[in-house]
Design a protein around this ligand. Structure first.
Ligand SMILES: [Zn+2]
Length: 161
């Protein structure tokens, strides 16, 4: 009886983990990545000023300012810091917010944390490899996920297919 209950609990946890987009990030597969060893001073040298502000200081770009808002070609949006693929063009949509928005991320590309920068808890997401900040995740996106990845275009690079 005890064993059965335990097995039930374990599989229930496995199911909820596989359904939750926020729970897919438990293992830090990039812990030993060379991208983690770059110093702040080196990031500052290597990135454009605005990208440095977003990626390394969690700045937010001015809404409506990103040229990527008008990027409608097929391709992949990668981390400007380390080129890790984060979003596919077919997951991009016009959220009306003035920030490039996506309803699903490429698996393994992002990790999340809760921040209180505006006094309320929000789900912050960052590149799983270089840890550069990208944006915030909301639950008012379109079907089928209902998610809205509200991204800073300054932290992304578009690679046409
Ligand atoms: Zn990165």
């Amino acid at each position: 009886m005890h064993m059965n209950r335990r097995r039930l609990l374990t599989s229930a946890l496995a199911i909820s983990a596989s359904l939750s987009p926020l729970a897919a990030l438990a293992a830090d597969t990039f812990a030993e990545s060379p991208w983690r060893k770059i110093s702040d001073a080196d990031w500052k040298k290597r990135l454009p000023a605005q990208a440095y502000g977003v990626l390394r200081r969690e700045d937010t770009e001015r809404p409506g300012s990103s040229p990527l808002l008008n990027e409608h070609r097929k391709g992949t949006f990668v981390c400007l810091g380390c080129d890790l693929p984060l979003f596919r063009s077919d997951a991009k949509y016009d959220s009306g917010t003035g920030w490039p928005s996506f309803f699903i991320a490429i698996k393994g590309g992002l990790a999340t944390k809760t921040d209180f920068a505006i006094g309320l808890p929000r789900t912050e997401y960052h590149c799983a490899r270089c840890l550069g900040h990208h944006g915030h995740l909301f639950d008012d996106g379109p079907r089928p996920t209902g998610l809205r990845y509200c991204s800073n275009g300054a932290a992304l690079k578009f690679i046409p297919a």
